[in-house]
Design a protein around this ligand. Structure first.
Ligand code: ZN
Length: 170
């Protein structure tokens, strides 16, 4: 089901007006509409952003799918933002899915005034692919780093939960 952001914004505003729990947390209709449009999941890794309070409050961002630095015309346009977890947004940084996706031609002109919903979905698809590639590489580095640190912990006499997971895991 794909609903336009403006339809979801009116729906969200009605929800906020009718629910003090949403008012207490100061939900803004546009923000809630972006959450609903993405099914409350990170648009890139699919993480459930409603899974727990820490995530819902502290680890979400509204990512500009096209980096503001290169496409300043979309800076304030909410329709070109997606719900993203902080980890994905930080890994993506200023990477441009329109011009830097290997093997994919640009689909949005530099001076474009609009991005269609189809273009936005394609840019999200490219970003998911890119993040999967760099995440795989970074996770390999992280695992190597973790092994060294866990060894150090064992050397100085700590029993850590992580060490049990690391040895019984993959
Ligand atoms: Zn994510």
């Amino acid at each position: 089901m794909e609903m336009s952001l403006s339809v979801l914004e009116s729906f969200s505003q009605r929800l906020i007006d009718a629910n003090t729990s949403l008012q207490l947390q100061r939900w803004h209709a546009t923000s809630l509409a972006i959450w609903l449009r993405e099914g409350c999941r990170c648009a890139y890794c699919g993480r459930d952003m409603l899974g727990d309070r820490d995530f819902a409050r502290s680890y979400y961002e509204h990512d500009h799918v096209l980096p503001v630095k290169d496409y300043p015309q979309f800076e304030d346009a909410q329709g070109y933002r997606v719900l993203a977890c902080r980890a994905c947004n930080s890994l993506k940084s200023i990477w441009d899915p329109n011009k830097q996706s290997k093997g994919d031609p640009p689909i949005v002109a530099d001076d474009a005034k609009e991005v269609s919903p189809e273009q936005l979905r394609e840019l999200v698809r490219r970003t998911k692919k890119y993040l999967w590639e760099i995440r795989t590489r970074y996770e390999r580095d992280f695992f190597a780093e973790k092994v060294v640190i866990l060894d150090a912990l064992a050397t100085i006499g700590f029993e850590s939960d992580a060490s049990i997971a690391a040895t019984s895991g993959s």
